[in-house]
Design a protein around this ligand. Sequence first.
Ligand code: TRP
Length: 459
Amino acid sequence: MSSKKYWSSRLGFYLAAVGSAVGLGNLWRFPYIVGENGGGAFVLLYLFFAVAVGLPLLIGELSLGKQARRPLLPALLKFRHPLLKTRSLPPRVIKGLGLLSLSVTGMILAYYAVVSGWVLHFSTQFLVGLFVDDWLTARSSFAPLMSNGALQISLASVHILALVVISLRGIQDGLEKWISRMMPVFGFLLFLLLIQALSLPSTSEALRFLFYPDFTKLTLSSPLHALGHVLFTLSLGIGAMVTFGSFLRESDQIPKAGYRVTFVDIVLSLVAGLLIFPLVFQGGGGAQLTDPGLLFETLPRFLIELRLGSLFGLMFFVCLYLSALSASLGLLEVILSHLMDAFKWTRAKACVVAGLLALALSVLPGLSSSVLKNVRFSGGSILESLDSLLIHWALPLIALGMSYFLAYQMPKNIKQEMFGESSSVENQIMYVKWEQSLKFSIPVIIGLCFLLKLLSYFF
Ligand code: TRP
């Protein structure tokens, strides 16, 4: 664990939690999975799951961290319920759950590094475009990058190296300071671009697509896709929020922190949708709605048409890169906190080992659109299959285990404390609702999503 025990300010916590939640999940992944699942009805599902599943789990993970002051795995072991022997999960099962989530973290980090590399690529193209006329006309497309595996792996390596170097300086120096500087800039830039995008003639079509719920467009897989994305975008399941919660001060209120992080994350995803879909419907270079390249195929072409487009493009991709970096730092922090806690390694040693591991794991997804493009699992490339395995299967499974743990294993008095004064009726009601959702609605929703997905293989 980091030598500094608490966030230096409340803002520091929000910056790190929002910094880890807001990232490629919102700006890159959200638009294309909305496209893939038919638009408005899927957005509604996503919003419903964010409130019904994401928020209670987020509150739960933060509580767990704040109480245990340890990363996920030791926190789980600490709170095995001593009195309810019959319901108590054996340590082996808890360790298994923790290790599963740790390997999932490593794989997400690696796959995330590949996509962060794509963002890095566009940042450099726009940087050169600022100085060299006509540079961008030929280089703003996505295809050349996709067919160049060596370039993708090099970019992912640069990203991982940057992560390790920043992380070596410790969580607060690494995260708090510079995220706080870049967030307002990114917010303003998104606002400007949004105005531009929403003044295109295709806006009404885009709004209809995003917000008019046509339930016939949903498939049996859509609920699981929405659920997985909620877990991914809120950085749940793998213990990131447990780690962040472990640095919270005694006086910090957890439910409030949970609402705020969820709210900001949802708003940013919707902004991304509002930005991308007018461009897609405007023609956006024939981008396919369902393609993981959606953001990269539409936005650069739009940007180069704008006045000062290279500058806007450079700023946008640098900010997007920084938000990918801060999310990746959150992922790395989960791994580091475990390595340091379990093996008593120094931060430096843990950083180097985790960095090398991430590098090795990024090779396959990095080559998935070039050398290995013919290796496909049920129609998807290695990167898409990894995405699906991690986000549609592993995260909901871990979330199921986590909700069971929070509902039945964590002592009630500790949980109740999180909701503040127990004499207040309002807090009591909130607590009861929270516990009920962990005990009933979350397991039922996750179970149903899995069931529908399994049915999709037969129908
Ligand atoms: N939420 C991040 C995003 O939307 C990705 C992510 C998933 C993450 N799990 C995480 C980030 C854990 C930090 C820690 O891009």
